[in-house]
Design a binder for this molecule. Sequence first.
Ligand code: AMP
Length: 356
Amino acid sequence: MTALPPGSTIGILGGGQLGRMIASAAAQLGYRTHVLAPDRESVAAQTASSLTRADYHNRVVLADFAAQCDVVTYEFENIAAEPVEWLAERVPVHPSPVSLRVAQDRLAEKAFVADLGGTPARWAAVGTRAALDAAIEQIGTPAVLKTTRMGYDGKGQARLGTPADADEAWAAVGGAAVLEAFVTFSHEFSIVLVRGADGTMVSYPPPWNEHADGILARSTVPAPPPIAAHWTEAAALTGRIADALNHVGVLTCEFFATAEGPVFNEMAPRVHNSGHWTIEGSVTSQFENHVRAICGLPLGDTGLTGAGVTMENLIGDEVDRWPDLLAEAGAHVHLYGKREVRAGRKMGHVTRVTRR
Ligand code: AMP
């Protein structure tokens, strides 16, 4: 791939905060960005050069979008794969729709990762209420029932403490689902890896990710020793996944740190909330490195800028703390420009870098 010169246009499918931060990084490198999203409020469009507000399935719109973009990327994985595949026949799309298809389907994802030597939690496919009973027999409890598709931030999930919870879990999740054994872990962490168009890869030191109600609350780097011990193995697996997908751009894999080694949880074929600390905490942010990768540029240094970094999400009305946070020396406040505060909604984040 020859490098796209500055001034070229990057198309972004999706209008959320990830698109917003990709657009900012793209602007820094002299690129234009064009957001395509159906949402009434697109916070990505606030920092992008242009916006098309339309359904992803509108072929006339897609053809026009393809004609205006030099490369296209996506900022979330719950977009239908068909329009992305259609676009990929007309304009380079990175990461490719193959990454999207695998990451969208928990069953496909687990099988793919297990084939590459990774260890997901023991799982069984569940399509009917009767199949859930069979899966409980096989996997045991405690367990987690998850929708196969369209889950995020712990949504579309139900925990089963005992087999007696099956009815309630099925009522909550139902449909195409996967039952996973409940993993006993000491910590959660992620590998945020970037793969260039030429196959070059770099990855960031793994953050320790703490969740509240299934939503990321905080990421801390460097991670504590139980995570550091799994770093090499988890990064190598993420690299094998990226190579096998011929992935171009950021790929994030989430893991549980267990006594038996890193257990794979899920992957995201995109920049990730657990990588937001890289904006100030790393020499090159995940957003800039994503732009570099999809534009065919050399990847940037992923080293730390300080002794340590924490990133705290501002969820729901936590965003009301912004005046105090702004008054705090050294706190880097990011607000996503969302008009409406809702419980569980990611409204912003704050990053603190400890000096060396
Ligand atoms: P997910 O959306 O699949 O990443 O799940 C959201 C959160 O639920 C994870 O970050 C974990 O804290 C927890 N979780 C999910 N799956 C499991 C599991 N199999 N065992 C234990 N905890 C889990």
